[in-house]
Write a protein that binds this ligand. Structure first.
Ligand SMILES: [Zn+2]
Length: 130
């Protein structure tokens, strides 16, 4: 299992900006996916913020990060073509990373009809939730 925590979020306060929708103290509000994708998100945030800082473009703010039909989905404001492409790549890559643990995964339909990207070891854990 690849360990990942939401601690990285505090390193990107501009991307996960405080707002009325994101109350102070709830620093990872809006992240609605399993921790298996946190490593992918961290790599994305590092590149997004570096690009914003170097190119001096409008700050990118992640409004919502969620899982939908087995894919990572990020709703955001700001950015440019580079940012759009980086986020698109992260979303595409999520389809081969277990949302639960970060190991290589396969997008599949689980018992109960849920479409999830999970590894073999995590299938039973996901299916026990439905
Ligand atoms: Zn897994």
């Amino acid at each position: 299992m690849i360990n990942a925590s939401e601690d990285f979020i505090k390193n990107y306060p501009m991307i996960f900006a405080q707002s009325r929708e994101n109350p102070l103290g709830v620093h990872y509000w809006g992240i609605e996916c399993g921790s298996g994708w946190f490593g992918l998100l961290e790599a994305l945030c590092e590149r997004v913020q570096a690009h914003v800082d170097h190119q001096k473009i409008e700050q990118v703010v992640f409004k919502q990060v969620k899982e939908k039909f087995g894919d990572l989905r990020i709703y955001y404001s700001g950015g440019d073509e580079y940012i759009n492409a980086a986020i698109d790549m992260a979303e595409a890559f999520s389809a081969i990373v277990c949302e639960n643990c970060g190991a290589p995964g396969v997008k599949q339909r689980l018992k109960g009809g849920w479409i999830k990207t999970v590894c073999q070891a995590c299938i039973s854990e996901f299916e026990s939730r439905v």
